[in-house]
Design a protein. Structure first.
Length: 275
């Protein structure tokens, strides 16, 4: 048990893990949920990708979204699962190039409130202190905040590090409402979900990117893509994808995120992620 905890701590705290033999690539997962939860969900998937590709693919994340952003800015991850805004920024800044995305899915942000709180629309949030994961969380923070501002609603944002923290805080009544996305909301326990009601939802945008650092060779990139797509083709792979609420994985190109680029989000936000 102690060895397991030590290994998990190493995977979470360091963007690079090496082993004795073979090529090793780190796969950074945006910390929308707790590191423990992400490791539980993604480690079996990455083990399968390792077996199929012949490349040792190691789970990594960060303690919070700003730290994850800083590591993307530094090019610390070989492969990364990042939100649409992160992809647009770090494709330009660090050269990450998308190779895959969730199949048949768009990302939709939501604002949730506590059941029975008499908060039914965003207009009911005037003057409230609201929970969001992080300033650059695309659908969970940027889009809801933009919508609130568009409606002239005065509010105070509080950033609580992860989507899970938003849902837990709102379900316990510490905040009247908060921002998230449908996928992570659906991943929460029934005990938490049953305490939340969605009062607003965005339109759909191209979802998170699975993108590769430019230092990764074309050969390795193709092996990783093939292994990702292979998950669609067998029962075990489909079950692994189902565990993260993916129906499947599609190939992706850089232009798939032009819908996000068209929003001019850095101008909208007034700030930018680390450079």
């Amino acid at each position: 048990m102690l060895k397991t905890l030590l290994l998990f701590s190493l995977l979470v705290s360091s963007p690079l893990v090496t082993i004795a033999h073979g090529e090793t690539l780190t796969f950074g997962i945006v910390p929308q949920q707790s590191a423990k939860r992400l490791a539980t969900l993604w480690t079996p998937i990455l083990q399968r990708i390792s077996e199929t590709s012949g490349i040792n693919v190691k789970f990594s994340t960060a303690r919070d979204i700003p730290t994850f952003e800083q590591r993307l800015a530094e090019g610390a991850y070989d492969i990364a699962y990042m939100n649409p805004y992160h992809y647009v920024v770090f494709n330009k800044q660090s050269g990450y190039l998308a190779i895959a995305k969730q199949q048949g899915k768009t990302i939709k942000g939501v604002i949730v409130a506590k059941v029975g709180s008499n908060i039914n629309t965003i207009e009911d949030l005037e003057g409230a202190r609201l929970a969001f994961p992080a300033p650059a969380a695309f659908a969970a923070s940027i889009l809801p905040i933009a919508e609130l501002k568009r409606h002239g609603i005065s509010f105070k944002p509080s950033y609580v590090s992860s989507h899970d923290s938003v849902y837990l805080n709102v379900s316990k009544g510490f905040f009247p409402a908060g921002g998230g996305i449908k996928r992570t909301l659906n991943n929460m326990s029934e005990g938490v979900k049953s305490q939340l009601v969605t009062i607003w939802e965005t339109q759909g945008y191209t979802p998170h990117a699975i993108a590769v650092n430019p230092k990764v060779s074309d050969t390795s990139k193709q092996k990783i893509l093939s292994a990702l797509l292979e998950l669609n083709n067998n029962i075990q792979g489909k079950e692994l994808l189902k565990s993260i609420n993916f129906k499947g994985i599609d190939t992706a190109t850089n232009n798939d995120w032009d819908d996000v680029r068209s929003l001019n989000l850095e101008t909208l936000m007034g700030t930018s992620v680390p450079k």
